[in-house]
Design a protein around this ligand. Sequence first.
Ligand code: ZN
Ligand code: ZN
Length: 151
Amino acid sequence: MPIPSLPAEGGCRCGRVRLRISAKPLLTMACHCTGCQKMSSSAYSLSAAIPADGFEITKGEPVIGGLHGASKHYFCGYCMSWMFTRPEGLDWFVNLRPTMLDDPAWFTPFVETWTSEKLPWAETPALHSYAALPAFEEYDGLVAEYAKSQA
Ligand SMILES: [Zn+2]
Ligand SMILES: [Zn+2]
């Protein structure tokens, strides 16, 4: 379902880091890769790709965690919630973990990735499944189709 209202507020488990989004997601995803299994401590991670200019930290200072590599994984430094990711070289959006939002009930993954690494029982309602990642040139079509599905 579409995000019910904007701006939408959210924060980490302990509330020391708070954030606000003021733009609709470009795409919603679930990732089954083994890296996401470890970092989420669960079967898969969830992402809402939020345009970078529609995303702000309103309280606290998230810290870098995960692999400390070119893609930056941001956590609350106190409760260690994995809050969002800034993917390498893709600075126009932020991959927010949607369960950070105070109301994540609207969230459904539209795309799922790395099903080649998924736990055997793990299923999502995503309409598009990829054994690894979509080809780079597929994203524009996925974003357009997602936007249409949310209209
Ligand atoms: Zn926290
Ligand atoms: Zn992943």
